[in-house]
Design a protein around this ligand. Sequence first.
Ligand code: ZN
Length: 489
Amino acid sequence: MLLVIFAVATNLGVPSYALMTSSKAPEIKSVKCLDGKMKITWKKAENAVGYKLYKKNGSGKWALLAEMKENRLSYEDSAVKDGVTNSYRLRAVYKKSESAYCNFSRIYMSVPKLKSVTNTASGVKITWGKCNNATQIRVYRQLEGRTNWNCIAKLSGSAVSYTDTKAESAKTYTYKVRQINGEVFSASQKSGVSLTVIGTPKSVSVKNSPDGVTLKWSKIPSVYGYAVWRKTENGSWKRIASVVGDSKTSYIDKKTAYGKKNSYKVRAYLSAKKYGCFSESVSLYSVNPKKPMVALTYDDGPSSSATSSILDTLEAYGARATFFVVGSRVASYASQLKREAKLGCEIGNHTFNHTTLTSASSNTIRKEIEDTNRAIQKYSGKTPALVRAPGGAVNQNVKSVVKYPLINWSVDTLDWKSRNADSVIAEVKRSTRDGSVVLMHDLYNSTAQATKTIVPYLIDEGYQLVTVSEMMDAKGIRLESGTLYTRAS
Ligand code: ZN
């Protein structure tokens, strides 16, 4: 039997004096944001014959949304907009009375528009449309074959993309995104977007070798193989090889364009011929290991006119040389140093103060080398790999303290002594062989003058004019720190 009261406290504690209002308000179970609608569910009110749901309209008045039979315990409101708060009230209807209202309101948060899920060099990139009313965005991931979803990122409400760096290569994941406002979560996409991850090869290196140009890269587990691409100066990228097997992480290019600058990049692929992203490209001047070669070296610079003139000659003939620079001069001739690097020449370390290392303390030796490397790095962006001791003076202590290969020479032009171009040219013509390291100094105009003859002469004789490191690589000589080299043979 229904108890009829004329004045009763509602569950909100506000007295209600409506006529024939009976019993307490119905109890709301949940108010959830779904895709394009708000779903309201409530508990069954005993003896009720139905329910009435009202919604506050734009002008602040209550409008009846639905009148429902007693077996309906939920309602879906499709008239919702992202970020807009909806106010509702629900009452139970009895045979001869109606209950108090249960008032409640909830902001509606729409499902974010998932735009793309793609493999990138740094991971899987997920993008979605901007959520204007979100205080937080959450990204979820599910591994193929699993049922659980993991929240992998909690981002600010303004975020529109996220890169998943922890996804494993050759595995398939599905991604979803939700927006949140305070305690209210939007629904997520019905099915999300799936993607098979393909990692990007890292630490790609390229080197001349006696067999051709050797490329190496990091292993990407479980991929089918790798595609190797090459671009020759002024040309376009071409796929030159497929390497099958995830642990085959090197390739020797025997058809490289010798004498030219070549760039390489690598990408992994799955058996389904799905390709990952390209690695960073790496470049080198390809040296033909089967043709003779010479390393011209210039010490004691950089200087203004001599260095510039020598670089003009090298550039005109597409030749390269190695400059063993004095650290204290680098800041003053930074533009020459930068140009050496830009033309593909090698920059070596010739100490900071042109100090004779055999009569210096170990601490002084270390400081001379490190200060110079820092200066070269600062002004050219290159880190020297080679040291030439002033005067070529090397003893056991120098070898043990200097943590770099020490490079002397096999052809001494004595250009510093003669200051005579003809005598420099004559010595080069007389003594140069395949694998020679020729010593000159880019301080003297006579040396710059001699270079104008030496470079075309050696090229006509069939020599490749290469840097010290290029020559050693092409001849298969592995340079060790603390070891003295005078030529490549
Ligand atoms: Zn010197």
